[in-house]
Design a protein around this ligand. Structure first.
Ligand code: SF4
Length: 654
């Protein structure tokens, strides 16, 4: 007999013999809890390995006609004078040039790698440390934060170019806690903020930074286009525990026309922001003058601020005969970024701004150029991630992710959404979170959040929270689907608490306990063995608990003592409900006062001599059926549909 805990249950073979279905042959990345009851991820088997061998780590199985994985990694784009190989040492007797040094180190899978590099070379970036086989303190910290990876595995992923640690040396002296972005690690999310010419200021942006960190943002981008740009950026770098990204061209054009931009201004601005501690820069160097002719076929043209400004610059200078100056100055920009270990986030200046423009020649020609820029940056020792779209129909997302993986040789892909429909302004955190989940499953490593204010205005504090939560859902859902070890454990714990009707544990394990508790207590301020959604008689979880053979909910840790009156509706929870708009502030106040009065009465009673009266009343303490019915009648309005359905009115064990 197959039991849920039987490892054989997670393979297709056994089910085939016993049932009429066969599970996919891939997958079987099981949950790490002993009593996981499902087959686990159907994604490809994890293959964390150095170099090319690890190219498919945590990846989705390809649907037909998808671009293949690249046969190159960052090891194929070393600086001039470098060489590397795996396996045995040089032929005995071979002599190395005196200006060169050879090092060898054991990689995370036990294989040996040799590297030859100039003797006067000093490593400056995480990529360069990794190339020399060095595990930096930042790599060790990342391994602590990603328990399924060892520090040598982090180093090998960075050396292959599939992972970055955006950690400017200046920012490391403040409060930065190093993190990584790459498909071998958990999916990350970014929150955008920044003052605009018409709204917000530095204090408000720092407040939003704290708020974004509270709600799980792994990085924050300062996209300020107004106010005190330098002051705001400095404040964000000094106060943040997460990496800060910027788009330097925004500052370059403050007080000047885009046409007046030159290479010296570009380099000065990049250096200034690097000195402030910015961890990654979006540079739109992939849009070339030869691409611009394709824009005429689009419904909405170029929606990237940086991309459109650089296109205007190219058109102005010699009628489109001068190339994008970010591209021609690329190596000089690399030199500055290498000095501070700033990571590239190569911008997608031609990303589609609507579904109709997705996957067009303009977008993909730019992506091809971004692949070349990735190779050029790696040759300079600079860490690279790549930015992606934008607005993409659901059926095109996998192709977009896998084309980037091919053209950019596995460099982490950082995508904005993408939105999968265009007709829901006000709800674009939802339309984009659907695309983001798909993007992460098919290869994206970081998801740039979209808030309900997208396309409409500057996000406020609550918009930041809504955007962060939508994207934490997307990232977490993808991690579970990819079978990243331990990613589903908290879900399984919560399911057990839910099955045990242990409300407090249920809320403690949830991502936003205050909101979950407020919604529960809005209707029923007693923690008992049903909730207001179905009521006592129809609570299938309660009924299931009564089935003796049912394993879930029998966990000792999950048991709850007695039904409890909750300390319902704290000030924050009242605010949550107010915003929800279901109850008026007066109704919430009445409900809160009632609860507090009852709690106070209970507290006073508990000071009295020992008696059952001090118990907070609930049906399970006394007579199951009658008290349950009373609570239900008093607190819930429920239509009894049982007679109409010809069902017995009294519940029974199935
Ligand atoms: S009443 Fe319904 S929603 Fe509430 S715990 Fe029971 S089954 Fe779940």
């Amino acid at each position: 007999m197959i039991t849920p805990n039987d490892p054989a249950a997670s393979t297709g073979a056994l089910s085939e013999a016993a049932h009429a279905w066969t599970l996919p042959p891939v997958g079987s990345n099981p949950g790490t809890l002993a009593n996981a009851t499902t087959p686990g991820s159907f994604a490809n088997q994890p293959r964390i390995a150095p170099g090319r061998r690890g190219a498919l780590t945590f990846s989705s199985p390809d649907t037909p006609h998808m671009p293949p994985v690249s046969d190159k990694t960052a090891w194929d784009f070393l600086p001039e004078g470098w060489a590397t190989w795996e396996g045995a040492a040089m032929t005995p007797g071979s002599r190395l040039d005196a200006k060169l040094t050879e090092t060898a180190f054991i990689q995370s899978d036990g294989s040996l790698r040799h590297v030859i590099y100039p003797s006067d070379f000093t490593a400056s970036t995480q990529l360069e440390f990794a190339r020399l086989g060095i595990v930096s303190p930042q790599m060790s910290r990342v391994a602590e934060r990603e328990p399924h990876l060892t520090a040598p595995q982090v180093r090998d992923e960075i050396a292959a170019g599939r992972m970055v640690i955006p950690a400017n040396k200046v920012h490391l002296k403040y409060q930065l806690d190093p993190m990584c972005i790459g498909r071998a690690s958990k999916t990350k999310i970014n929150a955008n903020m920044g003052a605009s010419p018409v709204s917000s200021g530095t204090d408000e942006e720092v407040e939003k930074l704290r708020w974004a960190e509270k709600w799980g943002a792994d990085t924050v981008m300062d996209l300020s286009t107004g106010g005190d740009l330098d002051g705001c950026r400095d404040a964000l770098c000094r106060h943040s525990h997460v990496p800060i990204g910027t788009v330097p061209i925004y500052s370059m054009i403050i007080g000047r026309k885009i046409e007046d931009l030159n290479e010296q201004i570009v380099l000065d601005t990049v250096r200034f922001q690097a000195e402030q501690g910015v961890d990654y820069f979006t540079i739109h160097a992939g849009v070339l003058r030869s691409h611009l002719k394709y824009a005429k076929n689009r419904l909405i043209g170029l929606v990237s601020r940086g991309g459109s400004m650089l296109a205007k610059w190219m058109l102005h200078h010699s009628g489109g005969r001068r190339e994008n100056l970010m591209n021609t100055a690329w190596e000089d920009i690399c030199d500055i970024m290498r000095e501070f270990d700033v990571t590239f986030s190569i911008g997608d200046g031609c990303r589609p701004g609507g579904l109709a423009d997705a996957s067009d020649t303009l977008q993909l020609a730019e992506l091809q150029e971004i692949g070349k820029l990735t190779e050029r940056a790696w040759r300079k020792g600079v860490q690279v991630m790549v930015e992606g779209p934008g607005h993409v129909p659901l059926d095109q997302i996998e192709y977009n992710m896998k084309l980037q993986r091919n053209l950019c040789h596995g460099a982490p892909f950082y995508v904005l959404g993408p939105l999968v429909t265009d007709i829901f302004p006000g709800y674009d955190h939802i339309t984009s979170c659907i695309g983001a989940t798909n993007a992460a499953y098919h290869g994206a490593s970081m998801l740039c959040y979209v808030t309900p204010k997208e396309h409409l205005g500057l996000p406020k504090k609550d918009d930041v929270k809504q955007g962060c939560i939508a994207y934490k859902i997307a990232a977490h859902a993808a991690d579970i689907a990819l079978g990243i070890p331990q990613s589903r454990d908290r879900d399984d714990e919560l399911t057990k608490a839910r099955a045990a009707l242990n409300w407090q544990k249920h809320f403690d394990l949830s991502f936003d306990p205050d909101t979950a508790r407020a919604y529960h207590d809005e209707d029923l301020d007693v923690d008992t063995d049903f909730c207001a959604m179905c009521g006592h008689d129809w609570c299938s979880v309660r009924i299931s608990k009564e089935i003796q053979e049912w394993a879930s909910g029998k966990d000792e840790d999950m048991k709850w003592d007695k039904p409890k009156k909750t300390a319902a509706l704290t000030a924050e929870q009242q605010e949550i409900l107010e915003k929800r708009g279901v109850l008026s502030p007066d109704e919430i106040h009445m409900l809160a006062s009632k609860t507090k009065k009852q709690l106070a009465t209970g507290a006073a009673a508990s000071a009295a001599p020992s008696t059952d009266d001090k118990k907070l009343s609930c049906h399970s303490d006394y007579v199951d059926a009658e008290d349950a019915k009373r609570i239900q009648k008093e607190k819930l309005v429920q239509v009894n549909v049982a007679p109409a359905l010809n069902l017995p009115t009294h519940d029974s064990v199935i």
